[in-house]
Design a protein around this ligand. Structure first.
Ligand code: A2R
Length: 313
């Protein structure tokens, strides 16, 4: 049975990826979390790990000897990265280098998937959408710059040390259980609170004109599991829906599913120092390489995310 290690598994994607690897791919799954985080799962072994501790990663890899390593650990919020750029660079760049250096210490070559972001493309020019993996990177925020750096170093390690490292650029992924610091979860949580009468019927929003490419997290993890097996070392693959929508369209869809009349107001705190206008993925490369295509519609994801928040607020 193939052994998979998920580094940074306590976040949004980790649980979904573990479910897919366990149930659909029939892999033995090991997962790491930060010491303060909670994961209660009996079907797999869970370890404490801070990726800033290189020696601890080496020790863990020698203990588990995984065939596949999914590196999810990150400071993954664009908003927090503006407020704490140093920490974001430490975790997303230094931490990833630590993971790659630890993999180099092994006496065999596991396959490693580094998770980057569609944000790496940054300011995409007219005529460059949907954006291909070869497009020039013009990161528009600190988080994006750290992920672009991780991608470049991954490519360098794959070539220089003949490592089986593949990179993905994941565009916005959404679904139940996502933290409300991300836009779709934030809007759904607000609607659920309004429906329960826990707040006035006003939805607070940031910039509604930006266009983003949303994919259900369950489709995203299927892409990761396929890529770690079929991807080519040193290559980067976009993972997205291939279709960008404005935040306003997403908002309208969420409001149309609400049981109450809701007024929309701009909250200055939700406006970022800079926002990239359009981010849309060309997903031809991953589809060709792995046979992956996204299956869950935006409406289904939003319905399920809203229901998730209705059960929790
Ligand atoms: O920031 P926290 O406390 O939520 O913990 C995150 C964890 N993490 C770390 N793990 C090990 N060592 C560190 N120094 C460290 N710093 C943070 O990585 C969190 O539990 C996990 C990442 O999960 P999320 O933030 O929920 O990201 P998500 O949505 O699961 O995305 C996975 C990957 C990330 O690389 C994103 O940047 C990319 O996909 O889009």
């Amino acid at each position: 049975m193939a052994k998979a290690l998920i580094i940074g598994g306590a976040g949004f994607v980790g649980g979904y990826l573990a479910d897919h690897l366990l149930c659909d791919c029939r892999m033995e799954v090991h997962m790491t979390k930060l010491p303060g985080e909670q994961i209660e799962r009996e079907e797999m072994k869970v370890y404490n790990l801070d990726i800033l501790d290189r020696e601890a990663i080496i020790g863990l890899l020698f203990k588990i000897r995984p065939d596949y390593i999914f590196h999810l650990a990150a400071q993954s919020s664009v908003g927090i990265a503006w407020k704490n750029p140093g920490l974001t660079a430490d975790v997303n760049i230094k931490g990833s280098i630590n993971v790659m250096d630890a993999v180099r210490e092994l006496y065999y070559k596991p396959r490693l998937l580094l998770i980057g972001s569609g944000e790496e493309y940054g300011y995409i020019l007219e005529g460059e959408t949907p954006v291909t993996e070869e497009n020039r990177l013009r990161p528009g925020n600190i988080y994006a710059a750290t992920k672009a750096c991780q991608n470049m170093i991954g490519n360098i390690y794959a070539r220089a040390y003949d490592m089986e490292v593949m990179m993905v650029r994941a565009f916005n992924h959404i679904g139940p259980c996502q933290s409300p610091i991300f836009v779709v979860a934030d809007f759904c949580k607000q609607v659920a609170e309004i429906e329960k009468g826990k707040r006035e019927p006003v939805m607070y929003v940031g910039n509604l004109n930006t266009k983003r490419d949303f994919t259900d997290v369950r489709d995203v993890v299927k892409a990761y599991a396929l890529l770690i097996r079929t991807g080519k070392a040193g290559e980067t693959y976009n993972v997205g829906s291939g279709h960008a929508v404005t935040i306003e369209e997403v908002l309208k869809l969420i409001l149309s599913l609400s049981e109450k009349e809701i007024r929309v107001e701009v909250d200055a705190n939700k406006i970022r120092p800079a926002d990239v206008p359009v981010i849309e993925a060309d997903i031809g490369k991953i589809c060709q390489t792995s046979g992956w295509t996204p299956e869950i519609t935006l409406e289904q994801t939003i319905r399920e995310t809203l229901d998730y928040w209705r059960e929790r607020v």
